[in-house]
Design a protein around this ligand. Structure first.
Ligand code: ITT
Length: 206
């Protein structure tokens, strides 16, 4: 089975490909492999809406089963910001070293450090590949609760990883290897559930 990873974020590609090494039956393609440089505007107000929008857009462009992730960080003391606007928060092109420093500064007197990463993974099927009445889209959510540290630590991963400490750990996401992060992360959780449904659906179709 061919599966298109519908993201232009190279770090998400690394994480998703690492999660797919357990599935040799799935042939993984990226938007780069298909020379698709454009991306749809993320116009929905929710992670779910944008994940579905991106997966359907890529499926229509490619004719392939397409998987998208929409994700973000919710910080309680910032009323849930950056949330669904995580990529655009404090400016789309602002370096994350600066974004993370600004967030740490905003929280410097704050004792409530609670935060969570949320990921919604959507998988869209081309119409030709699913039977009448079957679902054309798989959607699943993963949430990792945790806290915002007092300094940015670690150099793995991307985005807000250096300031987020997942619950039950003492290290930030950026101090964990890709494989360890994937075991606990919001994206790993959402992805594993969605892939299970995809594979079960395929085995029913045989
Ligand atoms: P695509 O839409 O092409 O997939 P994107 O980076 O724009 O790429 P999103 O719209 O889902 O993706 O934005 C997610 C943002 O949330 C991302 O850019 C980071 O700022 C943040 N984020 C999500 N997951 C993260 C993670 O695992 N570690 C650190 N930051 C993360």
């Amino acid at each position: 089975m061919k599966l298109l990873l519908a993201t232009h974020n190279p770090n998400k590609v690394i994480e998703l490909k690492a999660l797919l090494t357990d599935h040799p039956e799935i042939e993984v393609l990226t938007l780069n492999d298909l020379n698709i440089a454009e991306e749809p505007e993320e116009t929905e107000p929710s992670f779910e809406g944008n994940a579905i929008l991106k997966a359907q857009w890529a499926m229509e462009r490619s004719g392939l089963i397409s998987l998208a992730d929409d994700s973000g960080l919710e910080i309680d003391a910032l009323n849930g910001e950056p949330g669904v606007y995580s990529a655009r928060y404090l400016g789309k092109d602002t370096p994350y070293t600066l974004k993370n420093a600004i967030i740490l500064d905003r929280l410097k007197e704050e004792s409530d450090r609670r935060a969570r990463f949320v990921s919604v993974v959507a998988i869209a099927y081309p119409k030709s590949m699913h039977n009448e009445g079957d679902t054309a889209i798989i959607v699943s959510e993963g949430i990792m609760e945790g806290s915002i540290g007092f300094e940015a630590l670690g150099s793995n991963g991307f985005g807000y990883d250096p300031i987020f400490i997942p619950y039950g750990h003492t290290l930030t996401y950026a101090q964990l290897s890709t494989d360890v992060k994937n075991k606990v992360s919001h994206r790993g959780q959402a992805f594993r559930k969605a892939i299970r449904v995809l594979i079960e659906g395929e085995s029913h179709a045989l």
